[in-house]
Design a protein around this ligand. Structure first.
Ligand SMILES: *Cc1c(COP(=O)(O)O)cnc(C)c1O
Length: 427
């Protein structure tokens, strides 16, 4: 037996899976069932009381989904994970476990647009309040901390501007004030960056993007870093106080360094209900097997396309952390040296109309609102996702009239450059 710890690429294929004990099936079967038969009445009682691990009902656990959870936990270096229906469902369950009515959390302003809506508008109905950090430095986050602050939320690589966050520095602020740091690692994936290694306590993903990677299945996941002490004070009662529905069990005492993942499952997922379908879990698992190959190719293609655009006479500017001279390049080298990912923005000469014409003229790139597909994708935010904003708001959101965002796929890079070239030339 080898004594070597399996490497990342091996874990991407094997972590959590084994030949199916019932049939010998080598690929993980899709357990497309809602419910599971108990051995006997005592077994049922133990499962319902959280005294034994096992399956009851697919809203709470499922064997296909369990393989996905174990695999992602291994890739991120966490103690446990919980897969759910979407990235936004994962964010909701995290906050449900951390926040009480009236509580606050601090978030970076550079976030996925859907998260800005969820935090700024929908969470208000739960009486959970986001405070936006003014800038991106650790001091900007520390300045917003109050006695009600229960979490700090950032993206490792922020969509769409390609901002690389100072995870170590922000984690230090979080630790000093005993607040968990949550990192959305959707754009980087654990192949490029592992936030727990840099001090994050909780990692969250939209599996819909690069993890599944083929643009065919929605999913989300929460990874418990196992690093946070929930019983140090009484600020996280979901974890540190007895739960009446489980015979006054204290989750942090019973489940130790994976109590957060358990709380999200047996309180959040059980009661709010956004379960992932076993079929989607299977599709995403299959995608993850090639994550290392895809992310390297996405990043290599994106760097080459970014350099090509930089030298194009119809292009005003290119913002990609992989480019030498980019303001995020030093942090990219520190946090994600293997590559800067697939997504970046550039400015096209000729403003709004040029942006509209460009997305109309491409042939290989698909004009749509997503990222993280094998296929190359393009969007002009000012005429689509950010259309309802006025010019000042668009500029503040990094979605000015001339801005075009692309998610570079894993096709032949010469074809991608050729497609952009013919579309730019026709402007
Ligand atoms: C897409 C996305 C989300 C939301 O995920 P869904 O699976 O669409 O719910 C959250 N964060 C980032 C960075 C994303 O790109």
């Amino acid at each position: 037996m080898s004594t070597r710890e399996p490497g990342f690429d091996t874990l991407a294929i094997h972590a959590g899976s084994q030949p199916d004990p019932a049939t010998g099936a080598r690929a993980t079967p899709i357990y497309q069932t809602t419910s599971f038969v108990f051995d006997d009445v005592d077994h049922a009682a133990a499962l319902f009381g959280l005294q034994a691990f096992g399956n009851i009902y697919t809203r709470i656990t499922n064997p296909t989904t369990a393989v996905l959870e174990e695999r992602v936990a291994a890739l991120e270096g966490g103690t446990a994970a919980l897969a759910v229906a979407s990235g936004h469902a994962a964010q909701l369950l995290i906050m449900h476990a951390l926040m009480q009515p009236g509580d606050e959390f601090i978030a970076a302003k550079k976030l996925y647009g859907g998260s800005i809506n969820q935090f700024g508008h929908s969470f208000k109905s739960f009486d959970w309040h986001v405070k936006w950090a003014d800038g991106l430095t650790p001091a900007d986050f520390e300045a917003q901390i109050t006695p009600k602050t229960k979490a700090i939320f950032i993206e490792s690589l922020a969509n769409p501007g390609g901002v690389v966050m100072d995870i170590n520095g922000i984690a230090e602020v979080a630790r000093k004030h005993h607040i968990p740091l949550i990192v959305d690692n959707t754009m980087a994936t654990p192949y490029l960056c592992r936030p727990i290694d840099h001090g994050a306590d909780i990692v969250v993903h939209s599996l819909t993007k690069f993890m599944g990677g083929h643009g065919n299945s929605m999913g989300g996941v929460i990874i418990d870093g196992g690093t946070f002490d929930w019983t140090k004070d009484d600020r996280y009662p979901m974890l540190s106080e007895g739960r009446p529905e489980y015979n006054d069990m204290v989750l942090a005492e019973t489940f130790g360094n994976f109590a957060f993942a358990i709380a999200c499952r047996v309180l959040g997922l059980r009661d709010l209900g956004p379960a992932i379908s076993p079929f989607n879990a299977f599709q995403i698992l299959t995608g993850i097997e090639t994550l290392p190959l895809r992310m390297q190719r996405h990043s290599d293609n994106a760097l080459e396309v970014a350099k090509f655009l930089q030298g194009h006479d119809k292009v005003e500017w290119v913002s990609y952390a992989g480019l030498e001279g980019d303001e995020n390049h030093a942090k990219q080298q520190q946090y994600m040296p293997k590559g800067a990912g697939a997504v970046f923005t550039f400015g096209v000469k000729g403003g709004y109309q040029a942006g509209v014409d460009l997305v109309s003229n491409v042939e290989i790139f698909s004009h749509l609102a997503n990222i993280g597909d094998t296929r190359s994708l393009i969007i002009h935010p000012a005429s689509t996702t950010h259309r309802q904003l006025n010019a000042d708001q668009q500029a503040a959101a990094g979605a000015g009239e001339d801005v075009v965002r692309i998610s570079v796929g894993i096709e032949d890079v010469e074809d991608l450059k050729g497609d952009l070239n013919q579309a730019l030339k026709s402007l």
